[in-house]
Write a protein that binds this ligand. Sequence first.
Ligand code: F6P
Length: 528
Amino acid sequence: MDAKALWQRYQEWLYYHEGLGLYLDISRMRFDNAFVESLQSKFDKAFADMDALEKGAIANPDENRMVGHYWLRNPDLAPSPELKQEIVQTLEQIEAFADQVHTGAVHPPKESRFTDIISIGIGGSALGPQFVAEALAPDFPPLNIHFIDNTDPAGIDRVLSSIGDKLATTLVLVISKSGGTPEPRNGMIEVKKAYAAKNLDFAKYAVAITSTDSNLDKVAQSEGWLTTVPMYDWVGGRTSEMSSVGLLPAALQGIDIRAMLDGAKEMDDATRVANIKNNPAALLALSWYFSGNGKGEKDMVVLPYKDSLLLFSRYLQQLVMESLGKEQDLDGKTVYQGIAVYGNKGSTDQHAYVQQLREGVPNFFATLIEVLEDRQGASPEIDPGVTSGDYLSGFLLGTRQALYENNRDSITVTIPQVNARTVGALIALYERAVGFYASLVNINAYHQPGVEAGKKAAAAILDLQQKVIKVLQTEKKALSISEIADKAGAAEQVEAIYKILRHLHANNRGVVLTGDLSKPGNLTVSLD
Ligand SMILES: O=P(O)(O)OC[C@H]1O[C@](O)(CO)[C@@H](O)[C@@H]1O
């Protein structure tokens, strides 16, 4: 297509949302009108599915749950007055609590103010809060946030040592919808021990964000934590940024959560329009379908050209991959669906992997996120009449063009600036696009059976560890790994047993491996 035709195509497909100042450009995706027409009936169904979901249909059949994250930003849409009231009350509770912390009405036992937050959570209970903190927290927030989003002991140590003596003024948020996920539970127990080691009463520093009656809720109640903020079963983890999961940490950091909700609501209104061309989420879903042939054949590379949006690709990775990565469709047919998502930020990545994007295997489409405002205030000139922001903009445009010239497609999302409204809108845009795409390919976007399988396998390994230790304690002599496996009644798990023992040995946990470490089958194992 020549430059004139491309300019025409750009204008023909450009979506602009006036209220948000947001543009979506899918002109560099090479679909034609016949393709769009071929998807019309699938989109009719997707619009109808979404309408039913918003009215409270059981959109997650496996878990028999409603899917209601859209009600969080417009409680009037909640399917019952009780739900509406719950949403409104929780929001008020969040704002009141944040206010009490900021004014010092809620304060640590021996100090007048909380200064820091440790947020403990994983997956949807971490990625949204992390993304929003990076994108929106002011340079000098009322409370500095630190995240424990793993069960990595060294990672936990790192957070605790960076806090140091400020533990006495650190508020702890334990965020887990289910209240039973092992990683946040481990983080909570370790952090609790850190408080105890400094003679601090953990309960006076702790807040739970969890579903009513979860294990975490029960712990918080029985120990008398500062407060518990509810999380609802009709909000999925990966769409929970605008529930208590995301809003409480944001409010505590001084982020305007009402503006986030407003931006999301405005985007929700825009993505409710049952017309592909006038609906930005539909345009995204259409583009994804086109690129990957409705089978995820191409990866989504997300490149925000703005440092504060660095974590957007990680956030989207969960939203897209946990939602769309499914073995079976809604009819039980094996389909192996999904779209792989990765990315960091531009122009930094141009000096890393963009070489492969431009010239290597063409198995992706790019999503470039552009922010029109370079910074608050004027920019100094780098060269006469040229600023750093001009360079950043130039690199974005150049990458888009260079990719296109080599038959690599791209989408560009443009926002006027990174603020609470635009971030809320971006989150809502992608939530809806994922919902539409799931309808187009006929899958349940709201469950995650594959993750459950991994959790069960991990629990089985920990059980095996107990059995192995018991064998060594009972036998009281050196044994080979296969003897241990036989005596534990787990001969087929011999390799896992070797790895468990090697890990215990490496951490001085009383297990000694003797022999040639390159020949695991010849090792003997004893307790020291
Ligand atoms: O908030 P929870 O219940 O601890 O779950 C954390 C994450 O774990 C998952 O359930 C997957 O294991 C995610 O979907 C979720 O965001």
